[in-house]
Design a protein around this ligand. Structure first.
Ligand SMILES: [Mg+2]
Length: 255
């Protein structure tokens, strides 16, 4: 079925790990795919951590990778800002998101007079920060949301409010909608991957646990999808294949 696939892209939260606990057979599956000549990449809507922090976390879970193999919605916000040549940006988000921007040469990401606003997930989001972001949103030239995920799975699969918990109040109070959502299900990250590695959509297989971000992004882009879900009630959604255990992927790729 996946004869044309050369690259498997894994979602992270809920697919390879939940909080700090690896999903069963995560490292085994990544290594097995690589042994069979498949390129493995990592793609997350999580903007809290820098790509370097995510690489370290994956390494702690025995999954080796380089920063270049990791794509996050925070990094996409950086690339989008560079592409649009935005210089005057306020970051409403985590320290990791600010660091990702600083690594790309954005020096002042804290000015209350900024003309552009980037919103990412921030577990310490406060009324004070909402007030700052709201003031900028009222007059902003660009509002960039990392994603609008409603929730994500944490330790023991408990669900936590996602980036939408930061984006929605800013949008609602300022009566504006973010101009762009750079993360999933926007297929920009897959476009970037195809451009970077000179691939066609039918060479990609996206593996994820959330229909409305992972699978929908794959469908928006026209690449293959594998819906990873241990809950059979959820398989009403369309996907090329369904897996309830990660190593099932290996059966599709034999050298
Ligand atoms: Mg996920």
């Amino acid at each position: 079925m996946f004869d044309s696939v050369t690259t498997v892209i894994f979602d992270l939260d809920g697919t390879l790990y939940c909080a700090d606990t690896p999903v069963q057979n995560a490292a085994y599956t990544v290594n097995q795919l690589r042994k069979n000549g498949i390129q493995v990449l990592f793609l997350t809507n999580n903007s809290v951590k820098t790509r370097a922090q995510i690489r370290n976390k994956l390494q702690n879970l025995e999954i080796q990778c380089s920063i270049d193999e990791i794509f996050t919605s925070g990094y996409m916000a950086v690339l989008y800002s560079l592409y649009k040549e935005l210089t005057d940006i306020y970051i409403c988000g985590s320290d990791g998101l600010k660091e990702e921007f600083q690594n790309a040469g954005f020096t002042n990401t804290n000015s209350k007079n900024a003309k552009n606003l980037v919103i990412g997930y921030d577990p310490s989001f406060s009324y004070k920060e909402l007030t700052n972001a709201f003031s900028i949103a009222l007059k902003a030239q660009h509002i960039i949301a990392c994603n609008k995920e409603r929730y994500f799975p944490g330790e023991n699969n408990k669900l936590f409010p996602g980036c939408a918990a930061m984006v929605a109040p800013i949008e609602y109070c300022s009566n504006r909608t973010a101009d762009i959502v750079v993360g999933k299900p926007n297929p920009q990250m897959l476009k970037l991957i195809c451009h970077k590695y000179n691939l066609k959509p039918n060479q990609l297989l996206m593996v994820g646990d959330t229909y409305e971000s992972d699978i929908l992004m794959a469908q928006n882009f026209g690449c293959y999808s594998a819906y990873f879900n241990t809950n059979p009630d959820k398989i009403k959604y369309p996907s090329d294949i369904y897996i309830n255990e990660l190593s099932q992927l290996c059966t599709y790729f034999h050298s």
